[in-house]
Design a protein around this ligand. Structure first.
Ligand SMILES: NC(=O)c1ccc[n+]([C@@H]2O[C@H](COP(=O)([O-])OP(=O)(O)OC[C@H]3O[C@@H](n4cnc5c(N)ncnc54)[C@H](O)[C@@H]3O)[C@@H](O)[C@H]2O)c1
Length: 360
């Protein structure tokens, strides 16, 4: 199985989803490039080394990043800049980011900032990285004051989702990525929901055709959404790219409270059930659609509830977060399946009751 999804931006590129996709890396490196830096997660070192060996006509510099979120800081970015300087990287050379979303985010930021921007190829190796982080051109790092507060939009030359990498991915990471895939189902492509419900075992099997297909459909949803709204401005008054934040307002607050010990997909799984309860309480969706959220996410072994006493802390965090980012408290909710909209400033009682429904 092999899927190729075109992302139409000013400089269009493809996302290739296939077993063995990494073997096409050399073809994506522009002929003018002499040097390639592969910034990779420590968990995929062997794959990075194999990719380096296959780029025989280039000077390849391997840079192993600290694992996961620990790579997304300015110190590691500075280390990468020094390496690139040391090896004489020019405007025509290329940076490859290989690993989960954290690694591709930081590698993307290195590519965006080195000499004001050099070519980037992303090779996501987690389901979340494939479906979400690698498409859309957002790159960035964390600072002490918050996650993802510093970054740049920088589109890649291409994205290689090599499904072989998923064999080594811990089951918990795979399920976390499935939460983002299911999110794409609720906001845009309900065939994802139908197929996960019909084949939950295959949906979590890295060798199944179904998983490849679900990833491809998730990528297609993200690609369509970002192409329509590249810089998240929600032009023409439509919901635009913000739809991708379904489950993220509460999910993000839970991640903060957990100090990121909970996986991103687990937090947004709870956040989606909350958003569904909120939509139900404000008269938008039926109780059946809310239950569909619970049943489907539970089928993927994802959490659908959170601790009862945490509401006031979570509300404070959501309010504070919105202040930093300069807007009022907003939730993506569903008018119906595949029909997302914004609910801005919902009343406190509906919020509290919805939280109660996910915490008892
Ligand atoms: N740029 C965007 O649009 C965007 C979108 C969503 C998320 N993100 C970012 O993505 C990050 C989360 O991504 P993630 O969930 O992939 O987490 P991650 O990058 O931290 O990876 C999770 C873990 O899986 C390991 N891993 C990765 N691939 C592996 C493989 N094939 N085999 C074994 N282990 C492997 C990693 O080393 C890490 O320990 C966050 O930093 C988030 O901000 C960015």
């Amino acid at each position: 199985v092999s899927h190729r999804i075109a992302v139409s931006t000013a400089a269009p590129y493809d996302v290739l989803i296939a077993h063995g996709a990494l073997s096409t890396l050399a073809a994506l490196v522009p002929e003018t490039a002499q040097r390639v830096a592969i910034i990779h997660a420590p968990t995929v070192t062997a794959r990075a080394q194999a990719a380096a060996a296959a780029l025989s006509s280039h000077t390849v510099v391997l840079i192993c990043a600290p694992d996961g979120e620990a790579a997304k800081n300015i110190e590691f970015v500075a280390t990468c800049w020094s390496e690139l300087a040391h090896h004489g990287f020019t405007r025509s050379d290329v940076v490859v980011g290989m690993g989960g979303g954290a690694t591709t985010d930081v590698a993307g930021f290195v590519a965006a900032s080195w000499l004001r921007g050099v070519g980037l190829i992303t090779v996501p190796t987690t389901v979340l990285g494939m479906v979400d982080a690698a498409v859309g051109g957002k790159t960035g790092i964390d600072i002490a004051e918050g996650k993802n507060l510093v970054g740049a939009f920088h589109e890649p030359l291409g994205v290689l989702c090599d499904l072989d990498a998923l064999d080594a991915l811990p089951a918990r990471e795979l399920r976390s990525g499935m939460a983002e895939t299911i999110k794409c189902g609720f906001i845009a492509d309900t065939s994802i929901l139908d197929d996960v419900e019909a084949n939950p075992v295959a949906a979590l099997d890295p060798r199944s055709e179904l998983l490849a297909d679900l990833i491809a459909r998730g990528v297609a949803v993200k690609a369509r959404t970002v192409a329509a709204d590249l810089h998240e401005r929600g032009a023409d008054g439509s919901i635009g790219r913000e739809a991708l934040n379904y489950g993220h307002t509460l999910g993000h607050a839970i991640e903060m409270r957990e100090q990121f010990r909970m996986r991103h997909g687990e937090a947004i799984s709870i956040g989606m059930v909350f958003a569904a309860e909120l939509a139900h309480r404000t008269g938008l969706i039926s109780a059946d659609v809310v239950e569909r959220h619970r049943d489907l996410l539970t089928l993927m072994d994802l959490p659908v509830g959170y601790v009862p006493g945490a509401w006031s802390t979570l509300l404070d965090t959501m309010r504070l977060d919105k202040k930093t980012r300069g807007s009022q408290l907003r939730f993506v909710v569903l008018d119906d399946l595949a029909a997302p909209r914004i609910l801005a400033g919902p009343d406190d009682e509906a919020l509290r009751a919805s939280y109660q429904a996910v915490s008892s």
